[in-house]
Design a protein around this ligand. Structure first.
Ligand SMILES: Cc1cc2nc3c(=O)[nH]c(=O)nc-3n(C[C@H](O)[C@H](O)[C@H](O)COP(=O)(O)O)c2cc1C
Length: 245
């Protein structure tokens, strides 16, 4: 294994940080790594908002219900961004662009671009010994986050990322076995593999250092998908001019 793969394999989400801000140099390395990710058709259809205002951080912590959104070395919010692509358009051109701006294709493009940039940022941070955790719970109140960050039309927050010097070293969470995520030439049924994974994950939940519980992966997923979740997100995304047609 080389150092890059070792860094990737050591990943675990960090939710407790020392009371130290990350350095300007670390932030620059993280952001330039994010920027170097591949991007669909050179569109670079994302923006990153660094939140340094303590009041805004507290508001976002309240929205997410997660204190580490306030207590960290730095907070980033990754946004899908098709706004800058409209800036040089005449009103006639903007009208012509609208079907593309509003379709699912460009919603996916911008979300994928943001995610690729984010994961490059995560690996860069972890390679420097920093910890990180993604924060999807900014979507608990997407419209409030949108307002707090003053995002224009065609820009939506997708997820946050907390960064900092780790103050905890949680157990690593096991992943699905390769047979459940990699198939050659065609999709394959892998129910049996999932059942085996459930057994090993049940043992993991009972033996880990913190938050031990009786659970399995498939039970977790059934709970997740049988409870309506963030049902307002669809409407908010459409209101911002994404994924409308
Ligand atoms: C897009 C995305 C959103 C996430 N949102 C949250 C979140 O709001 N709060 C949180 O504590 N963890 C969040 N996570 C972290 C996951 O819970 C975590 O990656 C997963 O449980 C696997 O654990 P690990 O990262 O420690 O391996 C998020 C992860 C991703 C990829």
């Amino acid at each position: 294994m080389n150092e890059t793969i070792e860094t990737i394999h050591k990943h675990r989400s960090i939710r407790k940080f020392k009371d130290t801000a990350i350095t300007e140099e670390q932030l620059d390395a993280i952001l330039s790594s994010a920027q170097q990710a591949s991007t669909s058709s050179y569109m670079m259809a994302y923006s990153i908002i660094g939140v340094t205002d303590e009041k805004k951080k507290a508001q976002l912590a309240e929205i997410t219900g997660q204190n580490y959104v306030k207590d960290n070395g730095h907070l980033l919010v990754f946004c899908a961004d098709l706004h800058r692509h409209t800036l040089n358009a005449t009103p006639e051109q903007y009208e012509q662009m609208t079907p593309n701006l509003e379709n699912s294709e460009h919603f996916l493009v911008s979300a994928i671009d943001a995610a690729l940039a984010a994961q490059n940022a995560a690996i860069a941070a972890e390679s420097m010994g920093l910890g990180m955790c993604y924060i999807g719970s900014v979507r608990n109140q997407l419209d409030r986050v949108d307002e707090i960050l003053s995002l224009p039309k065609h820009v939506i927050p997708l997820f946050g990322m907390v960064l900092g010097v780790p103050d905890a070293q949680p157990d690593q969470k096991p992943r699905l076995p390769k047979q459940a995520i990699y198939f050659e030439n065609e999709y394959r049924d892998h129910k049996e593999t999932l059942n085996e994974f459930d057994e090993s994950i049940a043992a993991y939940y009972q033996s880990r250092k913190t938050n031990t519980r009786h659970d399995s992966w498939t039970d977790q997923m059934l709970r997740r998908f049988t409870n309506p979740m963030r049902m307002d997100v669809t409407g908010i995304i459409k209101n911002k001019g994404f994924n409308k047609q």
